[in-house]
Structures are given as C-alpha cells and as structure tokens.
Design a protein around this ligand. Structure first.
Ligand SMILES: C[S@@+](CC[C@H](N)C(=O)[O-])C[C@H]1O[C@@H](n2cnc3c(N)ncnc32)[C@H](O)[C@@H]1O
Length: 239
C-alpha cells in the first residue's frame, strides 16, 4: 500500500459537502484490475452518495452491502454519511482484501468493514438496513461477462441466493430499510412499502421500509416501469 495514492482532505470533504467526486476520480483509488470493472460491477459514486443520504435520513445505523465487491459502495456511503456503519459481505476473498485496502486508504476504521462470507451468513437479518446492487445477476452471464471463475456461478445458485434474500426480508425487524439498485432478481414481501424511488445512475434507486411483521400473501415485483403487487404464489423471478 505504501506507494498507493492517498486521498487529499479536500477529496474526502467533498463527500460531506454534497459535491462528491466523479467515478473517474474515485476509481483512481481502486487497484487497476478493479478499476476496469467499475462501470459494470460497482455502484456509481453519485448513486452510493444518494443511497447513503436516504438511509441516514431514514434512521439507519448499520447497513449490510450484500456482495460488496471492491468496497466502492461501502466506502462512498461511509464517507457521505458519518452516522452510518457499513459492513460488506463478499464471497470472493480477493475482493474482500481489495475492499479492506480501499477502506484503510480512506482511514475509515470500523466504519467500513468487510467479511469473507456468503448470503447464507446467519446474522444478515440483524442489520437495520440492507443494500443490494444486483448481486446475483452474474450467475446468468456468459463466461466473458463474469468477474472471474473463482466461485460457483449457475442459474440454480442464483435461485438459491434470491430465496435466501427473500427469507432475510421476512426476518428483518419492522422499520428495517432495504435499498435496491438494478434490483436483486427476486420479490419484496408486501410487509414492505416503497418509501423513496428515483432515477439514478443508469437505473432506479429504490428504498423499501418494513411496516408489518408478516406478509399478507402478496409481493412486490420490480418491472421495467416500476413496481407492482402480485400474488406471492404466482411464478418466481422479478427484475
Ligand atoms: C454487482 S457487484 C456489486 C458490488 C458492490 N455492492 C458495489 O455496489 O460496489 C456484486 C457483488 O456481489 C458478490 N456476490 C455475488 N453473489 C454473492 C453471494 N452469494 N455471497 C456474497 N457475495 C456475492 C460478487 O462477487 C460481486 O462482487
């Protein structure tokens, strides 16, 4: 890490001054291999900045980023909203390491930490907010559209992981927030309502809040035009 660039105070403060840097400027702090993947795989700075503000305004404190990649979302969110603590879970060890290096470069300490694990981790429902940027879409990509071949990637794994996320949603406490960007491939139970949504980056950023313990048998499906409620027993899949 010694010869790697360190952010200037002005750069760090720009997040708090609501004038965050461009993706090009931020990505300079990523390793070159991860910089090249940024446009497709990591949340744009402006989107992460916006999501962090929504989450902080909604009272979130501990946010888990499901599939945290090179740490871009967690680091930008932590820099943008000082009251948030970000925890990234990621199944690729090399990305967990890269994310820790990135967070250390910005001196974030415990405000942004990264765990090498999968969505099966039992503590996920204990966070008060969950962020999802299409973490499982890669399961459907052809080999050349994948980050690498170091983990299992199959449509069956995607179905399994989507089901696990839906299960986490059922266990989250009332008041929990879920933010999606490019969805997650599944459905959100009707115990949640859409609290905020707007066009951001190249898709829609949406924040859901859990309002009731149990679902009434319906689910929100993300469509190209927005969201719609449908019977939970109707076919699987969503975005
Ligand atoms: C589209 S990237 C998003 C990265 C990060 N959230 C961001 O916005 O910058 C999705 C990430 O999820 C990770 N991932 C996919 N499935 C996972 C799983 N089941 N458990 C943990 N990580 C997973 C991938 O390795 C990839 O790094």
């Amino acid at each position: 890490m010694g010869a790697e660039p360190r952010p200037s105070d002005a750069f760090v403060l720009s997040f708090l001054a609501d004038d965050p840097p461009t993706d090009l400027a931020f990505d300079e702090f990523l390793a070159p291999a991860h910089r090249d993947r940024s446009e497709l795989f990591w949340t744009p700075v402006a989107v992460a900045h916006r999501a962090a503000h929504w989450l902080a305004e909604a009272g979130a404190r501990e946010v888990v980023d499901v599939g945290s990649g090179a740490g871009k979302f967690c680091v930008v969110a932590a820099l943008s909203s000082p009251n948030l603590r970000l925890v990234g879970i990621e199944h690729r060890a090399s990305l967990v390491w890269a994310a820790r290096v990135l967070a250390a470069r910005f001196g974030l300490g415990r405000r942004a930490s990264f765990v090498h694990t999968t969505i099966e981790h039992p503590r996920l429902a204990m966070f008060d907010a969950v962020y999802l940027f299409n973490p499982f879409g890669e399961n459907l990509h052809a080999v050349e559209g994948r980050l690498d071949e170091s983990v299992e990637l199959t449509p069956e794994r995607m179905r399994r992981d989507v089901r696990l996320v839906e299960h986490v949603f059922e266990k989250l406490l009332i008041g929990s927030r879920v933010v999606t960007y490019f969805g997650f491939g599944g459905r959100v139970p009707d115990s949640f309502v859409v609290e905020r949504e707007e066009l951001a980056g190249s898709d829609v950023l949406r924040m859901w809040i859990k309002r009731r313990h149990a679902s009434r048998g319906r689910v929100w499906r993300e469509t190209d035009g927005g969201v719609e409620l449908c019977d939970a027993r109707l076919g699987e899949g969503g975005t």
